[in-house]
Design a protein. Structure first.
Length: 296
């Protein structure tokens, strides 16, 4: 299989655990997820299959969508409800106050990654250090919150819809919202609704996937073509002769390529008969292969 299957991740399983189960169910040796989801989180987890795994490092940056629930008046070391309680405070904030503060977080800003995260600093995962009781200085990262809507309010528990740039930590966002309100906040639930251009409607659960295997129903219609995630890349179509050369790993003379990308630019390359061949880069007057989907 060369493509992407989207899993609606269950709670209390790691992203790597999902990949392992997908490999077993599909009988596919090569598989890799496109971005870690916390064990407590559910929702969209695209998994690359077969030759598509070679393209993981070249996925374009894309927006992520989440539905998150948080509780005011409490803070934990993990910024979510699973962590050790650090403080409990009186809540004086109203729904109106929450709405006002949410509006202040829309736009470009800097965010510190949480210690309990998969981010790597000097070759070490932050969560590995955090589990040892070690906290290190982290550099803030630029993020953008593009949408932040209040969906529901029940007492001091609120549910929000978020659309944000890649690299945004929703737990940190909620923690910052709580501090802005003066009472603290912890995330109690998280569901990813958008990743790599895929939505929940594109997903299947592991249980449903296993059931299809048990019933010998096959997996037709579940695996998306790899090129779907590269639709925003510059597109280049090559001739029959160029298709053969490129498919064998050979660079193409940029002067003989129609509509080439700008110097240094990456493009998605399609054959003369409209098959996705792989990714290439305009470098030193040549269109050089970065990754091939087909075997050489």
């Amino acid at each position: 299989m060369n493509g992407i299957i989207c899993i609606d991740k269950d709670e209390d399983i790691t992203s790597f655990g999902v990949v392992a189960k997908v490999r077993g169910i599909l009988g596919e040796k090569k598989a890799g997820h496109t971005g870690t989801l916390d064990p407590m989180a559910t929702g969209v987890l695209p998994v690359m299959l077969g030759g598509a795994t070679k393209f993981l490092d070249y996925l374009p940056s894309s927006d992520k969508g989440y539905r998150a629930t948080f509780l005011l008046g409490k803070t934990t070391d993990t910024l979510d409800i699973t962590g050790k309680v650090l403080q409990e405070r009186e809540v004086c904030a109203s729904e109106k106050d929450v709405l006002k503060v949410l509006g202040e977080f829309i736009g470009v800003q800097f965010q510190y990654p949480p210690m309990f995260s998969a981010k790597t600093v000097d070759g070490q995962r932050l969560y590995d250090l955090a589990r040892q009781g070690i906290e290190i200085e982290r550099k803030p990262c630029e993020i953008e919150i593009k949408k932040l809507d209040l969906i529901n309010c029940k007492g001091n528990e609120y549910t929000i819809d978020v659309v944000c740039s890649k690299g945004t930590y929703i737990r940190s966002l909620i923690g910052d919202i709580g501090e802005k309100l003066g009472c603290g906040a912890v995330m109690t639930a998280l569901r990813r609704t958008l990743a790599c251009g895929f939505e929940l409607k594109d997903c299947i659960s592991l249980a449903e996937l296993q059931e299809r295997k048990n019933k010998s129903e096959g997996f037709n219609g579940l695996v998306f073509n790899l090129e779907r995630v590269f639709e925003d890349y510059h597109r280049v179509s090559v001739s029959e002769a160029q298709t053969k050369r490129f498919s064998n790993g050979g660079a193409l003379d940029i002067k003989r390529v129609k509509n080439p990308p700008e110097a240094g630019g990456i493009c998605a390359v399609y054959s003369f008969d409209n098959r996705f061949l792989g990714l290439a880069k305009n470098e030193n007057e040549e269109l050089r292969v970065l990754r091939l989907l087909i075997n050489r």
